[in-house]
Design a protein around this ligand. Structure first.
Ligand SMILES: Nc1nc2c(ncn2[C@@H]2O[C@H](COP(=O)(O)OP(=O)(O)OP(=O)(O)O)[C@@H](O)[C@H]2O)c(=O)[nH]1
Ligand SMILES: [Mg+2]
Length: 434
């Protein structure tokens, strides 16, 4: 439905700085984004503006320079590292006689290229259409129009009206399909909650090494690439932790600064996987010169999706590049706060596993339960969810188990299965009071 930038399409980049020169990291990142979208970067120039011009973003002189560069380099696309209003985008296209794409448009485009799963594709299309709908003022000049589709155009309707109507229909259709998928996803999450497997979710800036770490921890074989937004679809795997407990580890889409809000909205159900997690592992490329800006950008997106309050452990990945030793940093109360490691070499990954286990164990309860012969199923549940420390077969049939499990899991089993820890014997209680 869309006219995508073709692979290898020649583009020039306009780096924009408001009140100052565009900074080097932002420039590098935008160039990587352009390449990730498949563009061949034929040239670039800086635009330092005291304030954005409402008509063309840049002033007359700069506009002329952009046009000249585009002509010299034979570029058919102009990528602008700044948000453009629909009017600015249109005005620029008119003057430059080329397609103009802003930062949000570029990111949407990369997502469109990368989307693999059914849900991912629907989410991207929804985001793109939302993005477009604000730009649909004077016909779909950017779109390859599907001419003459049956039932697409009513008599007497202008092109714009029928386009709007079509867009509205498609948006509603996408939304309802996504809602259905979201419900299925929610069901999966509820099942996991019932099984009381805590979800630990990897979050972080794109290219920080989340998938590399995920593979290292789970042998999942998720594709890893030195490119932005290699991962779009969440992958979940069970992860065994030291001490015999387990959790579900989630690898998901990476973040970037100024992630288009249409994308955040469209990827709502994917991101919910993150919001529902018990613990976030915030993966940071510690060798990135813009490390602290990246961390802040991730925090911003986490706040956007309502995950800002979730506990997290920072993972300073790629420690090998800085030749930093693998280690754990803890808070004043002794909880793991940051782990330096290398997902690529595997050094320090054991420290992270220990940190996750320690974190999740905080909220664990331990006790002894007695099960009757008919409670074999409950016994299996305890083996699945918890850690069985000791088991004794009772002479009259049934079992006595010493188990440790997640507090929420225990409370649920208390409610559903009337499971209860035995009161410690008088002697033991006295002992534990000492
Ligand atoms: N030197 C070094 N490189 C690493 C390390 N971990 C990951 N990388 C590299 O960093 C790049 C990005 O890795 P990914 O695992 O795809 O990153 P990601 O965070 O999943 O990225 P997106 O899915 O795009 O958000 C790849 O080229 C990896 O090989 C590490 O510990 N050390
Ligand atoms: Mg990834």
């Amino acid at each position: 439905m869309f006219e995508r930038p073709r692979r290898g399409e020649r583009a020039i980049i306009v780096h924009v700085g408001i009140g100052r020169a565009p900074d080097r990291d932002a420039r590098e990142e935008f160039t990587s984004l352009a390449r990730a979208a498949g563009a061949e970067v034929a040239g670039s120039l800086d635009a330092r503006l005291s304030r954005p011009n409402p008509r063309h973003l840049v002033g007359r002189g700069k506009l002329e320079a952009i046009r000249a560069l585009a002509a010299d380099t034979d570029a058919s696309l102009v990528l602008v590292d700044h948000a453009l209003t629909p009017a600015q985008e249109r005005n620029l296209e008119r003057v430059l006689e080329r397609r103009v794409v802003d930062r949000a448009g570029l990111i949407l485009d990369i997502f469109a290229l990368r989307a693999r799963s059914h849900e991912g594709k629907l989410q991207v299309e929804l985001a793109q259409l939302e993005h477009l709908s604000t730009r649909l003022v004077r016909g779909w000049t950017h779109l390859e129009r599907q001419k003459g589709g049956i039932g697409l155009r009513g008599p007497g309707e202008t092109q714009l009206e029928s386009d709007r109507r079509m867009l509205g229909q498609r948006l509603r259709q996408l939304q309802s399909r996504l809602d259905r998928l979201a419900r299925r996803r929610e069901l999966g999450r509820r099942q996991r909650r019932r099984a009381e497997l805590p979800t630990v979710s990897l979050v972080g800036y794109t290219n920080a090494g989340k998938s590399t770490l995920f593979n290292r921890l789970t042998d999942a074989g998720v594709p890893v690439a030195d490119q932005l937004f290699a991962t779009l679809d969440p992958t979940l795997r069970r992860l065994e932790l030291p001490g015999g407990s387990g959790c579900v580890l989630a690898d998901t889409v990476g973040f970037v600064s100024d992630l288009p809000h249409e994308l955040v909205a469209a990827f709502h159900s994917t991101l919910e996987e993150t919001r529902d997690a018990r613990l976030l592992l915030h993966v940071v490329d510690c060798s990135d010169p813009a490390r602290s800006e990246r961390i802040a950008a991730v925090e911003t997106v986490l706040a956007q999706i309502g995950a800002e309050r979730l506990p997290r452990i920072q993972v300073f990945n790629k420690a090998d590049i800085l030749a930093e030793p693998a280690r754990i940093e803890t808070t004043d109360t002794g909880m793991p706060r940051r782990v330096w490691l290398s997902a690529a070499s595997g050094e320090g990954v054991d420290l992270l596993l220990a940190a996750i286990a320690e974190f999740l164990h905080q909220d664990r309860v331990r006790g002894t339960v007695r099960l009757g012969v008919r409670q074999g199923r409950l016994r299996a549940v305890l083996y699945e969810q918890g850690q069985v420390l000791a088991e004794r077969t009772l002479s009259g049939g049934g079992w006595e188990l010493e188990v440790e499990l997640d507090r929420r899991g225990y409370e649920q089993l208390q409610r559903r299965e009337a499971l209860a820890f035995l009161e410690p014997a008088a002697g033991e209680r006295a002992a534990s009071l000492i």
